[in-house]
Design a protein around this ligand. Structure first.
Ligand code: 7RM
Length: 652
């Protein structure tokens, strides 16, 4: 036999949940999973109706699913207020005085909100929004640090039927402008600032800069997180108001009115293969059902759990697994404002010990950073409260998985490697912690109602261990409904490869046991520290600098970030290149998009490798940065000298 490759070796390592874990878990055996999965695929309407019934509806639906590819409507005719399921229902089911959010600020202060207190805050802020003239379907942008107010703002929007669009606090003023223009937001909710790595992120100032370019915003509501000493802000008369001043003027009582199941809930921007981010639109009933059910089964949320998802609310993971899913389950969760390494890499483990976290959900990039920081950080804390671990955002390398299992999970906690996307709204492929045998590196099997498959170019399902395109063959409740304002792009991006089938944009293979191994994006989207970034976005940011004529951006494997950003740049005639120039361009990209997009390396080149018809040959550049050389067919290359020059530069 030939040498076994690494992946077939790792497939031999199988980890099963302990009997004790399985006994208490919602799904206890593979037989139960298989039976339920089969039913959920054969009769999706029946399966999902059962889940949806556990939420608060003011009017029951008449039809579970209306599917006219590629448009789905779930729970047609049903009416609900998402906020009622996440908050109000817990006032009468015994959870009123249970902690909903245990929050810790980066400087170390903490605050607990019970479900009753959360309800009061959300009602109060709903009245603030109403007083500002916000109507159902109006778009409201949220640009805040990780504070309970970010969650309160989202829930208040949902409560009054407004559509929130949360922008990650690490994005720049220019990124805000693009998104404002696209969704035409009427109001912005922000903070004077947020703490990050000991410093203050000037959120309100970024909003001010954005509003110099986009002028249609009528109201800016500013939550005071820092205070005048640390974050002085300018308030524009007639436009800007303080959250606490407005809140003091309105009541804390608000009755939740029901909206249609298909009423828009939020727009969240994500990177695609063009320079323009896509506004992914999610709606109420289906999205809530998907996030609720996945929390219940995949995180196995129980009433005495203390759950912590370390994502930012600015990403889909924060929407689905901080705000909507966990609260609909009535769980207690920890929320932390700051960086994992502030004041040092022990911070997360301090929080786990201090609050007795039982379920912990983070990203592989964070795990790799912890590995590098050293084992003494977790080893010197008591992590025995943990019972379940999760990962999300990118494929987890087996080494990181094993470290997580040993050093954080104490070899006792199941790990759920959860594959999903902004577009899918909720987790799609993942182990169920009480039954699925896991192997480092695979997200294992599809969740209930998820008909995942791997297809070749002709639409045939590929055989075991053959690579292909990851697709979902049937609609699911939390799927995106469209790209806001761009139906054509919605169809072209997700529904064009195979009729009526959703293409995820990821490559994958299935092993002999049916486990899905996600190999990464097939389009020009990078995954930097678990965050999606379009190469075209970085390119257009570079080209917006006055000295740049042209650029090509590719990813390269990066030890901590998963992928690093490498840029090839051609400057305009007469411009002299230098290290200082490279630094300036890096900062420029940070300014245009945000710090996560800054290229790790910039190479200046008199020309980019192109085909005779003028297309940049990214494939060559990718290969060049990964291996230092190019193989394969380069006969279509217009100018061979370009590659030789770049090769010489990369050697240095
Ligand atoms: C939740 C989220 C989506 C992209 C997706 C994949 C990659 C996410 C995993 C993963 C392998 C995983 N939404 N991805 N989770 N790849 N294993 N468990 O990340 O819209 O921001 O990104 O992330 O490429 O298409 S996202």
């Amino acid at each position: 036999m030939s040498q076994p490759n690494k992946s077939s070796l790792t497939e031999e390592r199988i980890f099963k949940p302990s009997k004790d874990f399985s006994k208490k878990a919602r799904i206890k055996s593979m037989a139960q999973y298989k039976r339920m999965h089969k039913e959920s695929i054969e009769k999706p309407g029946v399966f999902w109706a059962k889940e949806a019934k556990e939420l608060a509806w003011q009017k029951k639906w008449t039809k579970a699913l209306d599917w006219k590819a590629p448009y789905a409507k779930w729970f047609v005719g049903g009416k609900l207020n998402v906020c009622e399921s996440c908050v109000d229902q817990h006032l009468t089911n015994g959870r009123a005085n249970k902690a909903a959010i245990i929050w810790e600020g980066e400087p170390g202060e903490n605050r607990t909100l019970t479900y009753r207190q959360l309800h009061r805050e959300v009602c109060n802020f709903s009245n603030v929004l109403l007083a500002k003239g916000i109507k159902p379907k109006d778009r409201v942008m949220i640009y805040m640090p990780m504070t309970p107010e970010a969650v309160i703002a989202m829930l208040a929007c949902a409560r009054i039927g407004a559509v929130h669009s949360v922008i990650f606090g690490g994005f720049s003023a220019e990124s805000i402008v693009d998104r404002l223009e696209d969704c035409q937001a009427k109001a912005i909710i922000t903070s004077d600032g947020g703490y990050r790595r000991g410093g203050v992120v000037p959120l309100k100032k970024n909003v001010d800069d954005a509003l110099k370019k986009y002028k249609a915003v009528e109201t800016v509501i500013v939550h005071q997180r820092i205070g005048k000493e640390g974050a002085p802000v300018k308030m524009k008369r007639g436009r800007d108001v303080w959250w606490h001043e407005e809140a003091a003027q309105v009541s804390s009582k608000h009755e939740a009115k029901a909206f249609d199941s298909e009423h828009p809930l939020f727009i969240l921007y994500t990177s695609g293969s063009t320079g323009k981010p896509k506004g992914i639109l999610h709606t109420c009933g289906g999205y809530l059902t998907g996030t609720y059910a996945t929390c219940k089964y995949i995180f196995d949320m129980q009433d005495d759990d203390v759950y912590w998802c370390t994502a930012d609310v600015g990403w889909i993971t924060g929407h689905s697994y901080i705000t909507y899913g966990p609260l609909a389950n009535g769980v207690t969760q920890v929320m932390y404002e700051g960086a994992p390494n502030f004041p040092d890499f022990g911070r997360f483990w301090d929080l786990v010990e201090k609050y007795g976290v039982t379920i912990f959900y983070t990203a592989p990039t964070a795990i790799r950073a912890f590995i590098k920081a050293g084992d003494h950080f977790p080893e010197s804390r008591d992590l025995s409260s943990l019972r379940l671990l999760g990962t999300v955002g990118e494929p987890i390398n087996p080494e990181a998985w094993m470290w997580y299992h040993r050093k954080i999970g104490g070899e006792r906690c199941p790990i759920v490697d959860t594959w999903w996307q902004t577009e899918t709204g909720a987790i799609m492929i993942s182990p169920l912690p009480g039954c699925t045998p896991t192997t480092p590196g695979t997200a294992t099997l599809p969740f209930f109602g998820v008909d995942a498959a791997i297809l070749d170019e002709t639409g045939q399902e590929v055989g075991p261990n053959e690579g292909g395109k990851l697709v979902i063959r049937k609609p699911w409740p939390s799927m995106l409904r469209t790209i806001y304002g761009d139906k054509k792009r919605y169809r072209d991006t997700y529904w064009n490869d195979y009729a009526g089938i959703y293409t995820a944009g990821d490559g994958a293979r299935r092993d002999k046991k049916g486990n899905f191994w996600i190999t990464g994006r097939l389009d020009d989207v990078l995954n930097v520290s678990g965050h999606r970034l379009g190469t075209a976005e970085v390119e257009s940011a570079l080209v917006s600098h006055k000295v740049v004529a042209e650029s090509a951006v590719v990813g390269r494997p990066h030890e901590i970030k998963g992928q690093g950003v490498v840029a090839f740049v051609t400057v305009k005639a007469g411009v002299k290149t230098s290290d200082a120039m490279a630094k300036e361009l890096r900062n420029h990209v940070g300014h245009v998009i945000g710090a996560i997009a800054k290229p790790d390396e910039i190479y200046f080149t008199p020309a980019l490798p192109k085909t005779r018809s003028g297309k940049i040959m990214r494939r060559l550049l990718k290969e060049l940065v990964a291996t230092g050389k190019v193989s394969g067919n380069i006969t279509t290359l217009e100018d061979h000298k370009v590659i030789a020059d770049l090769q010489a530069q990369l050697k240095k």
